[in-house]
Write a protein that binds this ligand. Structure first.
Ligand SMILES: NC(=O)c1ccc[n+]([C@@H]2O[C@H](COP(=O)([O-])OP(=O)(O)OC[C@H]3O[C@@H](n4cnc5c(N)ncnc54)[C@H](O)[C@@H]3O)[C@@H](O)[C@H]2O)c1
Ligand SMILES: [Zn+2]
Length: 380
């Protein structure tokens, strides 16, 4: 394939930076647009941003028309990774960066007749809310989000609408209802629908990838609001117990960052992916308690998790994608969780002394009710 001029928004971040490396390896010319969000990059430009002629780094913001236009000029492919994420109180920032920022890309493409040929955007499993579950007696169903009252009583599992029994989670396909209720989920859903809808209107093929939980080297070790592998790791390395929400039995699908980057390039190169939405994951559930114990073993820290019984309203109990439509097209993850975590551990060990930012962030999140600690609510 011929060399392309490619924009990676958020190219200083976890997924974006691995995608940049992959694109350079394949001989493409890369522009990075990244505002070096202080929560993620408190020390500015990370050392992994390549300093070479075929890479243009723009320290710019999705909220700036001028900077986004500068980044888009002359570009043929866009990988839109820049976003504000995690569970925080900055409600408007999610919409401004993720939703309005994405609208800005299309506004500029249209106004300036920019020659963008295709765009792949980073959506998230968050858009679904709870996925598919099954009651032993009443079969599969898509439950509503768990109520605050239910969570206050530590009833963590989703329950059957007919018999109120806890249900078992399944693999959630792309056709599932989209019921995410966090501000992040809502901003990502708007971003996703904007990409598909505006792509069709402007006749620019667009693809949305709903990523599973992605981890790996370069995941910010400074951001206490997102990136569970880094959050647990910085706790363990400082001899502190990782804090688990609920009872730690909740499950997620963990995808290694290089597999995620490969999925992005794969769909960009396939014409049949135009205007499609794909789940990108490993189809393998991992319990949070097991993630903690695997990491504790890798760091040789005999610490168990702490369970204060707190929860995050809007959080889902279990979520694993059905990624079979992308598998059928020809992409599959190749790195196991054990291998991926070993790569991550090797990387974080090379970062010198890492600090712990979770403790103070947690206090504020509890104050602002982004995290609820029922015993504290009851006594205050
Ligand atoms: N990592 C995951 O588990 C996961 C899961 C689902 C979806 N996603 C999505 O994947 C994309 C990449 O995520 P990541 O894990 O690499 O996160 P990340 O935080 O490591 O990278 C995001 C990058 O975007 C930049 N950014 C943030 N706000 C910006 C703004 N206003 N203008 C320009 N740049 C800005 C940040 O500085 C950062 O470098 C995001 O869109 C995210 O929503 C990630
Ligand atoms: Zn039932």
């Amino acid at each position: 394939m011929s060399s392309k001029k490619v924009l990676v928004t958020g190219g200083a971040g976890l997924i974006g930076s691995h995608l940049v490396d992959l694109l350079l390896k394949e001989g493409h010319n890369v522009t990075i647009l990244d505002n070096l969000e202080p929560q993620t990059h408190p020390h500015g430009k990370p050392e992994w941003i390549p300093n070479r002629q075929d890479v243009r780094f723009i320290h710019g913001d999705m909220r700036s028309e001028k900077e986004v236009l500068e980044a888009l000029k002359g570009v043929e492919w866009v990988f839109h990774q820049a976003a504000f994420g995690g569970f925080t109180t900055a409600l408007t920032q999610y919409i401004d960066v993720n939703s309005t920022g994405t609208a800005r890309i299309f506004e500029l493409i249209r106004e300036h007749k920019l020659p963008v040929e295709k765009m792949v955007m980073a959506s998230s499993q968050a858009v679904y809310g709870e996925g598919v579950y099954s009651c032993l007696e009443h079969g599969p169903q898509y439950p509503a989000m768990r109520s605050r009252g239910q969570l206050m009583h530590s009833q963590w599992e989703s329950r059957c609408v007919q018999c109120d029994q806890p249900m078992l989670p399944g693999l959630t396909p792309e056709t599932a209802p989209l019921r995410g209720e966090t501000i992040y989920a809502i901003s990502k859903l708007a971003e996703e629908r904007l990409c598909i809808g505006m792509g069709k209107q402007l006749d620019i093929p667009t693809v949305a990838l709903r990523y599973a939980v992605t981890y790996g080297p370069r995941q910010s070790i400074f951001n206490p609001y997102t990136g569970v592998v880094s959050i647990f790791s910085t706790r363990l390395l400082n001899d502190l117990k990782p804090v688990l929400y609920e009872d730690g039995q909740q499950t997620r699908d963990f995808l290694y960052v290089a597999d995620n980057a490969a999925a992005n390039l794969f769909v960009m190169q396939r014409p049949e992916t135009a205007y499609q939405v794909y789940n990108v994951g490993t189809q393998t559930p991992t319990r949070m308690v097991d993630l903690v114990s695997t990491l504790a073993t890798l760091y040789e820290k005999p610490l168990e998790a702490d369970f204060p019984g707190s929860f995050r309203p809007g959080d889902v109990r279990h979520f694993v994608h059905d990624s079979s439509s992308l598998y059928q097209l020809g992409w599959q993850p190749v790195v196991s969780l054990e291998q991926g975590l070993s790569h991550y551990v090797e990387w974080i060990r090379a970062q010198g002394n890492v600090k712990e930012y979770f403790e103070s962030a947690m206090k504020r999140l509890e104050e602002m009710q982004v995290v609820i600690a029922p015993h504290k609510v009851a006594t205050s």
